[in-house]
Design a protein around this ligand. Structure first.
Ligand code: ADP
Ligand code: MG
Length: 827
């Protein structure tokens, strides 16, 4: 045992006796106070953190005048001392030391110490040396049905199911959503209105008043010698009978004091008879999320019974190195403290552990998926295609930026290796991801495989198809297009060619991942604008081949913390630089009143030979939303505002061939102003377009606005984004300001996340985000990063978690998390 533990244990030894003697200061020869002061001095020299020193000094303070005060005051000091000792216990032994039960101070027994003998040999080459414990498995009770818990039975078990509580561990992990701190006790004479209090007194008075028809008021008075305070209930006659029988008994009342007609009362107080352990009053009382038919009292009682029964058998599954590093309480104490904390400090510590625990388990799942995939799955080896790449570079009108060059190297290496590639390519709008994707496709084809590129909209698929066909046909490469709106016979033809291996590169929408579609030899699957797809869709495309390499691309910048969570199983490449000569898009927020100025601005730019997009939120006039429809805008522009300009209209309800025609004309510069719905939101690349006007911009999310703005600023011309908006909400205004201020996709995403929260950020259905109870992805960013590091360290040292000391972790992991998230974007 180390020095600090030794001294600490010595110091606390006589405390229960001093407590029993109610502060006589005779528990130790020479005085309890001098004893404490002497040992705390020694303890201080061993303390290794400032917090520990501070706690010891508080203790010294308490006992510096112990001799001079009354017995009552000494008793209070002892109570305070217990609290400090418990906090010190957390630091030194990682658990609390004492529990006050029925006015008796009891030592909390340390959990059965597991044998240290079986130190495994297997862990010799492990970086992490965990203390190996015996019986590394979840105890039986962990997965036992709740009906066997005291106070549950069939009836309540059925009701608890509604809260998704079925096993004992579900109960233990059913955390409070809030707490009422009623730990402070007051004398009735001293209570004041609006105060949360706990008072203790004898039931002296039970009355019922009927001020009018249908209203019964029950008033129960308790007296503590300093005064009488009334608890008040409305229309709960049964309480009358209950308290009538309890006249003269001592009760605790907790709740908020109210001024009712000149008298201080507590409405609906929480109450409990004195004696025994109190759960509902006079402490920090947990408040659980609950549902009809299960009340707080019942939940508290059941959870407390569970803790009582199993606390000594609760296992620990976090690695020892983690507990040591962060000084977390062990699972048993943390569970006790998150449900029934003795004080705010232990609650805080418990929450800290569970926030970490959640993120650690999540990251562990991702780490296993990522490292496990590498370890186990031999993939497709793409080592050819050099000539094709060289030929392509010859014709490319620009050099790669160094960021593109860097990610291309990363991808090339991944593809050449025999392990499967699982890589995310991130780059802000306009960063030039398509070129990199094309290079990867060339490698695949040159190595004798087919490549597939999936895009979320037909317009984008079509654009990729036209672009690639033009660039790659001269190299003898066959490019095909598969989208939903092709005629059946056209589709059949394409599919037939794909299956026969005659098409080298297939571009498409969701149509690509339909069941009946097969490839001959798919070697590389690329998903463009990945955030528009679900993770399952990515997986489905990849299942079309025999372990193809996978590259997913996204321009929607994902805040780092979310990327670590949602894409945590992928390797990440980032293009963090725009092609040279680009000027930052100038973004202006204008109100409806500025319309005519905006129109003349557009005219001016068109005269210079540039083009504009005008994006409207809806196609059809809708009564519920006062939004101008694109069609209406188009007609008004054509007839009134820009009679001399060439206008185009694009929306989702046009036939596919009509859309193609419009885009083609816009690309060729035959359309000056393209009025469109959000169908052009992602991917569309017409460098000569330099103006983006977004109507009713407050209706769009930040991510969406940023994507739309990304349609301009794709050349060396100065581009403009004009947000026409009269936002009514503060959040709407805030969004306009952020857009005008920042061009940085990552910054915008962080802001978006703050404004909307992680659930909304990824879609109302909350897909893509694991269900976190304690941790908060935004608030706990640092914890997340640490948890990730630790989890990856564990998996690197033991890729399959086969070591004995990780068995329990593995069990816990498989039970607690389904880490196969789906990511769906709502924008
Ligand atoms: P995104 O990353 O948004 O998909 P694109 O791949 O559509 O971006 O590229 C945006 C535009 O920049 C295209 O017109 C493309 O030809 C051009 N581009 C890409 N890379 C470069 C480069 N290294 N130098 C100059 N222009 C480039
Ligand atoms: Mg793109």
């Amino acid at each position: 045992m180390n020095k600090i533990k030794e001294i600490f244990n010595k110091l606390i030894k006589p405390l229960p006796i001093e407590f029993k003697l109610k502060g006589l200061n005779t528990s130790v020869f020479g005085g309890f106070d001098s004893y404490v002061l002497k040992l705390s001095q020694k303890l201080k020299t061993e303390a290794d953190t400032n917090e520990t020193v501070e706690l010891i000094e508080k203790l010294e303070d308490l006992f510096s005048d112990y001799e001079d005060v009354t017995l009552d005051e000494r008793y209070e000091k002892l109570e305070d001392a217990v609290e400090i000792i418990n906090q010190l216990g957390q630091k030194i032994h990682r658990q609390k030391i004492f529990k006050l039960k029925n006015n008796k101070l009891e030592k909390i027994e340390k959990k059965k110490k597991q044998s240290k003998q079986s130190k495994t040999k297997a862990s010799n080459n492990q970086k992490i040396k965990s203390e190996v414990k015996e019986g590394q498995k979840l105890p039986e009770f962990w997965q036992q049905e709740v009906r066997y818990v005291k106070g549950v039975g069939e009836y309540w078990a059925e009701r608890l199911k509604k809260l998704e509580i079925e096993e004992v561990s579900d109960l233990l992990y059913y955390f409070p959503r809030d707490y009422n701190d009623w730990s402070k006790r007051s004398k009735i004479a001293n209570v004041t209105a609006e105060e949360e209090v706990t008072v203790q007194g004898k039931v002296v008075n039970v009355n019922q008043i009927k001020p009018r028809q249908g209203l019964k008021i029950i008033k129960v008075g308790i007296n503590d010698g300093t005064g009488t305070l009334y608890g008040v209930w409305f229309n709960q006659a049964y309480r009358m009978k209950y308290f009538r029988d309890k006249q003269g008994e001592i009760f605790l009342f907790s709740g908020e004091v109210k001024h009712n007609y000149g008298r201080l009362e507590i409405n609906n107080p929480h109450y409990e008879e004195l004696g025994g352990e109190h759960l509902h009053t006079a402490r920090i009382v947990p408040v659980y999320p609950t549902t009809k038919g299960i009340n707080q009292k019942k939940l508290r009682t059941i959870i407390n019974n569970t803790l009582d029964k199993y606390s000594t058998e609760i296992p620990e599954f976090l690695p020892t190195f983690v507990l040591d590093k962060y000084n977390f309480p062990d699972l048993a104490s943390a569970l006790q403290d998150i449900h029934f904390p003795d004080d705010q400090q232990s609650l805080k510590l418990a929450r800290k552990r569970f926030a970490y625990e959640e993120l650690f388990i999540l990251q562990l799942g991702l780490a296993l998926k990522k490292e496990g995939v590498k370890e186990e799955t031999p993939g497709t080896k793409h080592s050819g295609g050099q000539e094709l790449v060289a030929q392509y570079f010859e014709k490319l009108p620009f050099d790669l930026t160094s960021a593109q060059e860097k990610v291309w190297q990363e991808i090339k290496e991944d593809m050449a290796a025999s392990n499967q590639m699982n890589r995310l390519l991130q780059g802000d709008v306009g960063a030039g991801k398509t070129v990199v994707a094309t290079l990867a496709l060339l490698r695949a084809v040159g190595s004798g495989f087919q490549g597939a590129l999936m895009a979320p909209t037909e317009i984008l698929a079509e654009q990729h198809y036209l672009g690639l066909k033009e660039e790659l046909a001269p190299l003898g490469i066959e490019v095909g297009l598969l989208v939903g709106s092709l005629s059946n016979s056209e589709k059949e033809e394409v599919v037939k060619q794909m299956e026969a291996g005659k098409i080298d590169i297939i571009i498409g929408t969701h149509a690509l991942i339909q069941e009946e579609i097969n490839f001959d030899h798919l070697g590389l699957a690329i998903v463009d604008e990945q955030h528009r797809f679900g993770v399952r869709q990515r997986a489905t495309l990849q299942e079309k081949g025999d372990i193809p390499d996978v590259l997913v691309m996204t321009a929607t910048p994902i805040p780092r913390t979310l990327a670590l969570t949602v894409y945590g199983d992928l390797d990440v490449s980032v293009i963090d630089e725009l092609p040279p000569g680009r000027k930052a898009v100038v973004t202006e927020w204008r109100t409806q009143q500025a319309r005519s100025k905006i129109y003349s601005f557009i005219e001016e730019k068109v005269e210079d030979g540039q083009q504009a997009y005008v994006v409207c939120p809806l196609v059809e006039e809708s009564e519920s939303l006062d939004v101008e429809s694109a069609t209406e805008v188009f007609l008004r522009f054509k007839e009134e505002i820009f009679p001399d300009l060439n206008l185009g209209l694009l929306h989702g309800q046009l036939k596919s061939s009509e859309k193609e025609d419009v885009m083609e004309e816009f690309r060729k510069g035959k359309i000056d102003v393209l009025v469109s719905t959000t169908v052009i939101e992602v991917g569309v690349d017409v460098p000569n377009a330099t103006i983006m006007v977004i109507e009713d911009a407050q209706r769009f999310g930040l991510a969406q606005l940023h994507q739309l703005r990304g349609r301009v600023g794709r050349s060396s011309y100065q581009s403009y984004c004009i947000l026409v908006s009269d936002p009514k909400t503060d959040e709407g205004k805030e969004r306009m300001k952020i857009m005008a201020r920042s061009n940085d996709g990552f910054e915008i995403a962080e802001e978006d996340l703050k404004l909307r929260g992680p659930g909304e950020f990824f879609g109302t259905r909350q897909h893509g985000m694991p269900d976190l109870k304690v941790a908060d992805i935004i608030r706990d960013q640092k914890v997340l990063e640490k948890a990730r590091e630790d989890a990856f360290e564990v998996v690197r040292s033991d890729p399959q978690l086969n070591n004995q000391q990780h068995q329990i972790l593995k069990k816990f992991l498989s039970k607690s998390f389904d880490y196969d998230f789906e990511l769906i974007d709502i924008s």
